[in-house]
Write a protein that binds this ligand. Structure first.
Ligand SMILES: C[S@@+](CC[C@H](N)C(=O)[O-])C[C@H]1O[C@@H](n2cnc3c(N)ncnc32)[C@H](O)[C@@H]1O
Length: 443
């Protein structure tokens, strides 16, 4: 009986997972006729070395190469299995390079491996040559945005994020070079260690690496041939893939939702916002990204109620598109409660209740008007969507415009919530004022 109960429970959960995935299926278009010799060669090399796969590589519209299921895969099935011997890890950094680098205080094993990959990419005898041959000559991430795209982003936080990331990488590069090339030209040939090659390697590692836990308990940042073809989705098939199976010494990519033959099998790269995905991966996923937010700074009033408490006077709140919220009632409006409380405190330091009393409703009108003004300013800062250079065909400008459109749609959803909220509150206030003896109604 126990077994039957567990089996039924298992089946019910698998059913729910399948249904939830099916609701959000996004169409993948496979680009026919693409010559994928290098990818086929890599797959063959993998299979000769112990890779087991139920995926094939194809070109997917808008996402480069992707992994397509060759048969119907169920929840729990392993779509791909990679032996650890094929994983690119820090132990590959040769002793001479390691000793030259260990003198740099605080240098991480990730940086060492990155510098190793810059050279190994050009090594004709590399055991990973077939893998390196499949990598693009150029990565299109935010780190490679040109001046036009950066101008489109003027006034957005993405501009700050990309600028900060590039400054960080420049500083890191300047710490290491040209010193390493001068001190060890045999290990670090100057022509391989230019800024452009360093940026290429950074983009490779940011967009293709995975953090994997090995049986020795150590978390290593790795490049994983073949698995590197898996694209990201907001409704991924594979979610948990971060641990080497110590029994088989392989990394298994198992499905958390079914993937039918011919469908693209996708991973979750993590819970990232579009700004992070643009900066480090160079794309915006299809669908509603729950991690896309707009930051709103509220200058809360200095008052006795917040003194000594954990509530700070200046607070930045991250607000999502309000269409993602279920509670649009009065006092909620599809917005986060801590944020609304902060707006309320900024207007009046008195404790607030959610009673339908005229003073509360008047306060609600004020905070919604405040928020409307903040959002109007944000919309002005984002500029007129019609003025964006939509005819520009450069990949980076297109991506920058896409990002601004996402930001506009979130701000616009908050504005809609303000207008709807104002109508709700004003109607309620009229009702209250019309009553002969004002009372209070708990909601
Ligand atoms: C690990 S690689 C995946 C394989 C990659 N498509 C290729 O052709 O090499 C990560 C890169 O794939 C692309 N990518 C991944 N998921 C994507 C998606 N949902 N939409 C568009 N591009 C995506 C981005 O360029 C990202 O930097």
């Amino acid at each position: 009986m126990q077994k039957n109960v567990l089996q039924e429970f298992h089946d019910a959960i698998v059913d729910m997972m399948s249904q939830s995935g099916n609701k959000n299926i996004l169409e993948t278009t496979i680009v026919e006729g693409y010559n994928s010799d290098k990818e086929r060669k890599l797959l063959q090399w993998g299979e000769n070395n112990g890779v087991k796969t139920r995926l094939e590589i194809a070109y997917v519209k808008g996402a480069g190469r992707g992994a397509i299921a060759t048969e119907d895969l169920k929840v729990g099935d392993t779509a791909l299995e990679i032996p650890t011997s094929l994983i690119i890890v820090e132990e590959l950094v040769q002793a001479d390079m390691y000793h030259a680098l260990e003198k740099f205080e605080g240098i991480s094993s990730e940086t060492m491996l990155l510098l190793w990959s810059m050279k190994e990419r050009h090594n004709g005898d590399s055991q990973f040559k077939i893998y390196f041959d499949t990598l693009p000559e150029e990565f299109h991430t935010g780190l490679s945005f040109g001046i036009d795209a950066m101008m489109v982003l003027d006034g957005t936080l993405l501009l700050d994020e990309i600028t900060a990331a590039k400054e960080h990488l420049h500083a890191q590069y300047d710490d290491l070079f040209p010193a390493l090339c001068e001190d060890h030209p045999d290990i670090f040939p100057p022509e391989l260690y230019t800024w452009e090659h360093f940026l290429w390697a950074c983009e490779l590692w940011y967009s293709n690496s995975m953090k994997i836990k090995f049986p020795d308990g150590k978390l290593r940042t790795c490049l994983i041939p073949i698995a590197g073809f898996l694209n990201h989705s907001l409704d991924p098939h594979v979610v948990h893939y971060g641990r080497v199976d110590s029994a088989t010494n392989t990394l298994k990519f198992r499905l958390s939702r079914p993937c039918n033959a011919g469908q693209e099998c996708c991973l979750s790269y993590g819970n990232f916002s579009s700004s992070h995905l643009i900066t480090f991966y160079g794309f915006v996923p299809q669908g509603d990204n729950l991690y896309d937010v707009i930051p709103l700074d509220i200058d809360a009033a200095q008052d006795d109620f917040t003194e000594g408490s954990s509530i700070s006077n200046w607070t930045t709140h991250m607000v999502r598109a309000t269409w993602l919220s279920h509670n649009r009632n009065i006092f909620y409006y599809g917005l986060p409660s801590p944020f609304l409380d902060c707006l309320r405190r900024a207007r009046s330091p008195m404790p607030h209740t959610k009673d339908l009393l005229p003073e509360n409703l008047k306060n609600e009108i004020e905070i919604l008007e405040d928020l409307r003004a903040i959002c109007d300013d944000m919309m002005d800062n984002l500029g007129d969507a019609d003025l964006d250079d939509r005819k520009n065909t450069n990949w980076d400008v297109k991506l920058a415009i896409k990002f601004k459109d996402i930001q506009r749609s979130i701000v616009s959803s908050v504005l809609t919530s303000c207008y709807c909220g104002l109508k709700l509150v004003k109607d309620e206030l009229s009702k209250c004022l019309a009553e002969d003896t004002p009372g209070s109604k708990q909601i």
